[in-house]
Design a protein around this ligand. Structure first.
Ligand SMILES: [Zn+2]
Length: 498
């Protein structure tokens, strides 16, 4: 990581551009950061910004360029926040107008600034999602979006450099900082709360990041520690982007995946249905980097690590860092209840890590079957359904809930606190759902010394009594005789969870 420029008010000065050019040239010359020639997997469409009239931009289809024998030596990609309204996009209706050429000044400020940087980097092509993917609700646009969103690994992975507009809330905010006195920290820049931006960042070999305070360059040869001398701001960057995907195939290190999921889950999606789509490029890259060593990809989790992954829970520790509220389960179906992807809260892997520990015999359940049904041809993309069949020791009872997080059972001797819970929905409705369920099932998954028992809280599915829904995670509490006796009455049962 290199600090290129630290004069916030003049990021569009000739001096700033010169520093940017020098930094990129040094990377191309001295490093093996790749993607300098990306003719193999070009995006379907690109913006041509190198015409004789600098005021005119054209949308071009790369297949047509190939057919004409025009070589696209390299292109730049843009990562930015769309914002809530007034989007400048390509639709089926405007496609031909975009292809015949449109005025640079029609573009919102961030896109215009990205064109300036692209030209300064001596590139003639720029990729911007809103313009290079058809937008809209018609079938053609939807299909185009499905196909293109499944290709993000190549779009960002093969870009010569990705320009990151970190500080603008929307495409009208501009790339260059105009304030001379900056108090905002990098972690609070809008780009860090955008879900799609994580994979755009991690898939790119080179990043040119425009923050309110700095212009920073990050490439595969970057070392985080080199730049921040006095520890200043380091936590801010480091905590968000500590993890870099390796460039070479690696041994499956599944813990890395949950590090990504945790970071990802703290971010916002304009369209909550994109939960699996906006991380699909990372999943595809992870799969190929590990030579498919993690098995099937199942609703955001890997087959090899599925048992432990089922013990995800939401957590608010990261919330303080990212100022992200608890949001609970998604309103509409997009993933099975056993997957973190069904939840809009920040995911925590505390119990997942516990379940991965190789202590003999501490896993007491068995996964019998797991399958998912993708909504499109993309196996890393959105889902229609998914089911998991698992058997293990369980206790079923009619539960009440105390203080929002303790499950109470009745026995002949009165009430017993049987488990501490983390409900997937933390609100009054979730407690009501537990208390109104005809039976609550506690399926034990791990038993370890520190955490006496841990597992899934299941209730019969609202669709059919044959199926179950996950509503949370439980952990055993105190080892009183009453408690032990209650828990001794488990039986092995089989559950199919939707
Ligand atoms: Zn480099």
């Amino acid at each position: 990581m290199s600090l290129i420029y630290d004069k916030p008010g003049s990021q569009d000065s000739a001096e700033a551009f010169l520093h940017v050019q020098q930094c990129l040239s040094a990377c191309v010359k001295d490093h093996d950061c790749g993607s300098t020639n990306s003719t193999a997997d070009l995006p379907t469409r690109l913006l041509y910004v190198g015409g004789s009239d600098p005021q005119i931009i054209r949308l071009v289809a790369t297949e047509e360029l190939k057919a004409l024998g025009t070589e696209v030596d390299r292109y730049v990609a843009l990562s930015y926040c769309w914002g809530q309204s007034n989007h400048f996009v390509t639709t089926l209706a405007s496609l031909s107008a975009r292809q015949s050429g449109f005025a640079l000044t029609e573009m919102p400020a961030t896109m215009q600034d990205a064109v300036r940087v692209t030209r300064a980097l001596d590139c003639r092509y720029l990729w911007i999602d809103a313009l290079c993917i058809l937008q809209g609700d018609d079938d053609e646009a939807r299909l185009d979006w499905q196909l293109e969103s499944a290709r993000m690994q190549f779009v960002y992975g093969n870009s010569f450099c990705t320009i990151v507009a970190a500080s603008a809330d929307d495409s009208h905010g501009g790339l260059f900082s105009t304030e001379s006195a900056v108090t905002k920290k990098f972690k609070d820049e809008p780009i860090n709360s955008r879900a799609w931006a994580l994979q755009e960042w991690l898939l790119s070999a080179r990043l040119l990041v425009y923050t309110k305070e700095y212009i920073v360059f990050i490439c595969s040869a970057s070392q985080w520690s080199k730049y921040f001398p006095a520890g200043q701001s380091q936590t801010s960057w480091h905590r968000i982007y500590k993890y870099r995907l390796p460039r070479q195939p690696m041994q499956p290190n599944i813990a890395d995946w949950f590090t990504l999921v945790q970071n990802y889950s703290a971010r916002d999606l304009t369209n909550p249905d994109d939960k699996l789509s906006a991380i699909s490029g990372l999943a595809r890259r992870f799969d190929s980097l590990t030579n498919q060593g993690n098995g099937r990809y199942l609703a955001g989790m890997w087959e090899l690590d599925l048992y432990a992954s089922l013990l995800w829970r939401h957590q608010n520790g990261w919330g303080a860092f990212f100022a992200c509220p608890k949001r609970g389960m998604a309103e509409w179906y997009r993933a099975p209840s056993w997957s973190w992807a069904a939840n809009d809260s920040i995911v925590c892997d505390l119990l997942v890590r516990e379940a991965r520990k190789p202590e003999a015999g501490h896993r007491v359940a068995n996964i019998i079957h797991c399958s998912t049904d993708p909504a499109t041809s993309d196996i890393f993309g959105p889902l229609v359904s998914g089911q998991l069949t698992i058997s293990g020791p369980s206790r079923l009872f009619e539960a009440t809930v105390k203080d929002q997080h303790t499950l109470i059972a009745r026995s002949s001797r009165g009430k017993i606190s049987v488990a501490n819970c983390s409900f997937d929905n933390e609100n009054a409705a979730a407690v009501e759902a537990i208390e109104n369920a005809e039976s609550v099932h506690l399926l034990i998954m791990i038993t370890v010394k520190k955490l006496p028992l841990c597992g899934l809280i299941l209730v019969p599915s609202e669709f059919s009594n044959e199926f179950y829904t996950r509503v949370g995670i439980f952990q055993g509490i105190k080892k009183t005789d009453e408690y032990k006796s209650w828990w001794s009455e488990t039986e092995t049962r089989e559950y199919t969870i939707l």
